[in-house]
Design a protein around this ligand. Structure first.
Ligand SMILES: CC(C)(COP(=O)(O)OP(=O)(O)OC[C@H]1O[C@@H](n2cnc3c(N)ncnc32)[C@H](O)[C@@H]1OP(=O)(O)O)[C@@H](O)C(=O)NCCC(=O)NCCS
Length: 164
């Protein structure tokens, strides 16, 4: 699928994850995480996160069902989203040079379409938002449900989106 949103300049396409892409996904997340997220986390939090995004672990999580969507500009992988339990944004990262072009929004809507297809009664979506991403999730319609939390050295704001 190829999207050129009226308000955005860049042309990109969203695809479902294919086995073999996990190294590139890992590289993207590691880079963007270092630029925007790691400063808010403790050393233990960063270690926990780096373990979660090991290429082998990314691939392993897709064995039963594909829950990752990726964004490409030509051949370059510039964004990714991973969903867990069919209702939770687990990872959402877009390359710094390609941000603010609607890529995260489109990644989220593509994943949302499929999660609703899988569960027609799905009424809410959830995220543990990193401090940086809170205003962006608010733009996507998410609302905070609690105060800022910290678990395993990772700071996050619990947020949810009403779907129905
Ligand atoms: C969060 C992230 C994935 C957003 O990616 P993106 O492709 O730039 O987002 P989009 O272009 O789809 O923007 C979605 C909305 O948020 C707004 N937005 C994007 N970046 C923003 C920013 N830095 N500050 C405020 N609003 C922002 C956009 O204007 C858009 O709003 P609109 O629908 O009213 O136009 C990206 O900034 C990122 O990778 N951040 C670092 C990693 C991170 O924190 N991930 C979240 C983990 S929970």
């Amino acid at each position: 699928m190829c999207i050129t949103a009226n308000t955005y300049k860049m042309e990109f396409r969203i695809e479902k994850y294919q086995f073999g892409q996990e190294e590139k996904i890992h590289e993207l997340i590691k880079k963007v995480y270092g630029e925007f997220v790691s400063n808010d986390y403790s050393e233990a939090g960063n270690q926990f996160f780096f373990d979660w995004i090991q290429p082998s672990k990314i691939a392993e999580r897709q064995c039963n069902q594909i829950n990752i969507w990726v964004a490409f500009m030509d051949l370059k992988l510039v964004g990714m989203i991973e969903i867990r339990d069919n209702r939770f944004i687990s990872l959402l990262f877009v390359d710094k040079d390609y941000q603010r072009n609607g890529i995260a929004k489109k990644l989220f809507y593509e994943s949302l379409k499929e999660t609703i297809r899988r569960d027609s009664k799905l009424d809410k979506f959830y995220v543990h938002a990193s401090p940086f991403s809170i205003p962006i999730y608010k733009k996507l319609g998410f609302k905070e449900t609690d105060e800022m939390q910290e678990e395993n050295g990772i700071k996050f704001l619990p947020m949810e989106l009403d779907i129905l």
